[in-house]
Design a protein. Structure first.
Length: 209
């Protein structure tokens, strides 16, 4: 029996996935990639899952979601690391939101690195942690499923947010970094809701860091 099947069996017995993965010597990311079911609406998913497994192997199991995302982008799969089922639908242009992002978040930021820094510190300043959020989109690099509610406790380390914004959630008694674009605030104040929606708008418009 493979290590992943062993994890499956222990998960069915209601043992925490993170603890079982550690005992089996595999990462939770690799386990969820292994168990991902092909999506008829996303023909690129099998390749994406295969790449995630290869990255996990190449990194000797040390890469988490942020580093895997960055490596997928480096390998030319940036367009497929969004929602399961395809790219995010581009919303109508919102001039008020565009103005706020330009003047308050990425002001004087001319390179992707500067824009990433602008977004990171804006989110760190405006998000009111902890807060409850709900998963609204599935990602191959994340264990969350649509409808899951989680507690968001902080930003992921800055070095992990150079190409996408990640936040830390409580997941099986440990912090786990997941993409902010996956989440919708549930019990949040207006400022937190607005900055989450600003980031999701930025991503949906096709802007990249």
């Amino acid at each position: 029996m493979s290590r992943y099947r062993c994890v499956d069996a222990q998960k069915a017995a209601r043992f925490p996935v993170a603890a079982v993965c550690r005992a089996a010597g595999v990462s939770t990311l690799a386990y969820y990639a292994f168990t991902a079911k092909p999506s008829p609406s996303n023909p690129a998913q099998p390749r994406l899952v295969a790449e995630i497994r290869a990255i996990h192997t190449d990194s000797h199991g040390t890469y988490g979601s942020p580093r895997v995302t960055a490596e997928l982008r480096r390998r030319g799969l940036a367009g497929f690391v969004g929602e399961q089922g395809g790219r995010m639908k581009r919303p109508p242009r919102d001039e008020e939101r565009e103005q706020r992002i330009t003047m308050e978040i990425v002001v004087d930021a001319y390179t992707p690195e500067e824009q990433a820094m602008g977004w990171y510190y804006s989110l760190e300043d405006r998000l009111r942690f902890p807060f409850v959020a709900k998963c609204i989109a599935e990602r191959a690099i994340s264990p969350l499923r649509v409808g899951d509610e989680v507690e968001v406790v902080g930003m992921a380390p800055e070095q992990e947010c150079q190409h996408e914004m990640f936040v830390l959630i409580r997941w099986e008694r440990r912090p786990l970094a997941v993409p902010l674009a996956q989440l919708e605030g549930v019990t949040v104040d207006e400022q937190t809701r607005q900055v989450i929606e600003d980031w999701q708008y930025w991503v949906a418009q096709g802007y990249e860091l």
